[in-house]
Design a protein around this ligand. Structure first.
Ligand code: SAH
Ligand code: SF4
Ligand code: F3S
Length: 435
């Protein structure tokens, strides 16, 4: 048999891209490819891209520029662009970087094997359809290889919300949920391969409707799987946090006490201009309910500053919301005008104003994040150990609250969940001593 061909895949953007990259590696496995960590030895390079902000998209072109030399040395090397930039720019990518052989949108990965055959003939392959068929149903069964203790599992894709700033409804298409029996089978298979924690993924994961009971129903069904100990989900929209899901946070032991629930802004005027379809008071009421169900829940959020029309008073409302809610984790971004979105047509906030707001918000969020982390010292947690640390004898894992935790422990504990006490809070992690 000839040597396997090598595939180098680089992943940008959200966790759904991480999951998709795994599935693309598997799909190309059938074409004789194995994954390599080095672009220099690759026969095919795939960039799985993100279009969410301008900088993310520009990175793709600069990365492609870097591979030009490689392609000159090795003319048989094939270069492909997948993901949301592929969907948004399509044939433009090949026009701008003619050395690109293949462009494939996020809903067409099951067609990669055929596309690979096309590029081997020297032709270009482009597919940015939103096909009728479900890509997951057409991807091969996942190989049975053993894997690490945590995994992502995409349950829902696309978005019908059309927030005025966001490209996702255009790059990922309309909301689609995978049937729950398929998800349960995939979860069972992951558990048999060593997985103990699954994070359910969707651009609007709590709008999931592939189970009669919605996302909560799916979570309860997953909780029946022996050997699956932890369930998480991301990303949620406030308007889809139904009572059953809130209640599951209080009663389902396997559902971890962590919730990423972006609000974007604390100003009613900006929320309206963003087309978020809820007010700040709606969000406060929701927070009360969720904290009522699970008082120790660690809350995470996303924020955008400098959205068109944002005044100082609007920004103050965002700071005020953050102070009132309190976030254990948060991501904040400067508004980036995305071509084709409604907000891109509006007058922007001056860059230096947006920069200053971002700094101020980030300082507040960092302070909250640090305080939440520090408050863990002295508490008992359960750690799922995922890998060895840099120091000998040290393992790294995650607590229920998704904090990274270091502890001295025997490597036999890898993939195990252990009780421990937090003894120290560091910049971005905690240290614990096993019971
Ligand atoms: N589906 C998720 C978000 C996906 S994008 C949700 O609804 O929450 C992740 C985050 O990127 C968003 O929550 C938002 O804070 C940020 N984002 C999206 N578009 C952006 C833009 N045009 N400029 C700046 N930040 C943006
Ligand atoms: Fe984008 Fe809004 Fe949909 Fe989230 S809910 S993916 S921010 S359009
Ligand atoms: Fe980026 Fe697409 Fe995810 S734009 S954030 S990779 S859905």
């Amino acid at each position: 048999m000839s040597d396997p061909k090598k595939l180098y895949i680089k992943t940008y953007g959200c966790q759904m891209n991480v999951y998709d990259s795994e599935r693309m590696v598997e799909a190309l496995g059938g074409q004789g490819y194995v994954e390599t960590k080095s672009p220099d030895e690759a026969d095919m390079i795939l960039l799985n891209t993100c279009h969410i902000r301008e900088k993310a998209a520009e990175k793709v072109y600069s990365e492609l520029g870097r591979f030009k030399g490689l392609k000159a040395e090795k003319p048989d090397l094939k270069i492909g662009v997948a993901g949301c930039v592929a969907q948004a720019e399509g044939a433009e990518i090949i026009k701008r970087q003619p050395m690109v052989d293949l462009v494939v949108g996020p809903q067409s990965y099951h067609r990669l094997p055929q596309m690979e055959e096309v590029v081997q003939t020297g032709a270009k392959a482009l597919d940015t359809d939103f096909p009728e068929e479900d890509k997951f149903e057409h991807l091969k069964a996942r190989p049975k290889a053993k894997r690490g203790p945590t995994a992502f599992l995409t349950v829902q894709e696309g978005c019908d919300k059309f927030c005025a700033f966001c490209v996702v409804p255009y790059t990922r298409g309309a909301e689609v949920s995978r049937p729950s029996d398929r998800i349960l089978a995939e979860a069972q298979d992951l558990v048999e391969r060593g997985v103990r924690e699954i994070t359910l993924l969707g651009q609007n994961v709590n709008a999931y409707h592939g189970h009669d009971g919605g996302l909560a129903g799916l979570i309860w069904a997953l909780a029946e799987i022996d050997g699956l100990d932890r369930i998480r989900f991301t990303t949620s929209h406030p308007n889809d946090m139904d009572d059953a899901l809130i209640e599951a946070h209080g009663t389902c032991e396997k559902l971890m006490p962590y919730l990423h629930l972006p609000v974007q802004s604390g100003s009613d005027a900006i929320l309206k201009a963003m087309n978020r379809k809820h007010t700040r008071d709606d969000y406060f009421r929701l927070m009360d309910k969720i904290k009522g169900a699970r008082p120790d829940l660690l809350l995470s959020g996303d924020f955008i500053v400098g959205f068109p029309g944002e005044t100082d008073a609007d920004f103050e409302d965002t700071l005020d919301l953050v102070r009132q809610v309190g976030y254990g984790q948060a991501y904040s971004f400067k508004y980036s005008a995305r071509p084709g979105t409604p907000a891109a047509e509006r007058a922007t906030v001056e860059a230096h104003v947006a920069d200053a707001r971002l700094q101020e918000l980030q300082a507040l969020l960092t302070q909250q994040q640090r305080a939440t982390q520090d408050s863990m010292v002295g508490r008992q947690v359960k750690i799922l150990f995922e890998k060895t640390g840099r120091d000998p004898g040290q393992l790294i894992g995650k607590s229920e609250y998704l904090h990274a935790v270091y502890a001295n422990a025997d490597p036999a504990n890898l993939g195990q969940i252990k009780s421990a006490r937090i003894v120290r809070s560091m910049t971005n992690s905690l240290e614990a001593v096993l019971d």
